[in-house]
Write a protein that binds this ligand. Sequence first.
Ligand code: E4P
Length: 214
Amino acid sequence: MEFFVDTADVDMIKKLNDMGLVDGVTTNPTLIMKAGKGHKETIQKISSIVKGPISVETLSTDAEGMVKEALEYVTWGKNIVVKIVMTPEGMKAVKILSKKGIKTNVTVTFSPLQALIAAKAGATYVSPFVGRLDDVGHFGMDTVAQIKEIYENYGYQTKILAASLRHPTHVLEAALMGVDVATIPPDVMLKLFNHPLTDAGIKSFLDDSKKWKK
Ligand code: E4P
């Protein structure tokens, strides 16, 4: 299972990358805003740290504009994946970009049928937003399971990128389901280390080491 980190915070990406936790990065306009620097500058910095795929979101609403943005984004780094929203124009753009060999990530996806459409258009990744579905009373992970079943039924190569994850249990469920990638916010990624028995075990070993005979 690949871990992408869901942030544009360059210092945090470096910290998590040093721990071996970062197979890739996902950004979106909100995350770029929170990082507080220019879009291109931020993506180029991330690209100098992380070798894996970095998702960069287009802002146009028409396919032509999305493709134009995509062609610029791929000059910003080695492994840029172009994020395209789940709309008819978006899928037109995905089809064009996929023919050009440019990787895409279909975003703001909330249903298995949207994910089916993304696969048919030739998307590299599809990002179901699990937490946002939970927020409105759906079981976000059920959507992910249905997408997985549909993709397996027909052998689609589009990778499922579980997104909008809010807590470690989302990551656990995605892993148990065999999802290809989880994009995880930094605070959730750091929580994956935590277990009270680990803390207690380390403490008791250190305490005992102080009682060794000299
Ligand atoms: C990642 O690709 C998505 O943009 C992100 O996971 C959305 O997360 P949010 O629902 O916490 O904003």
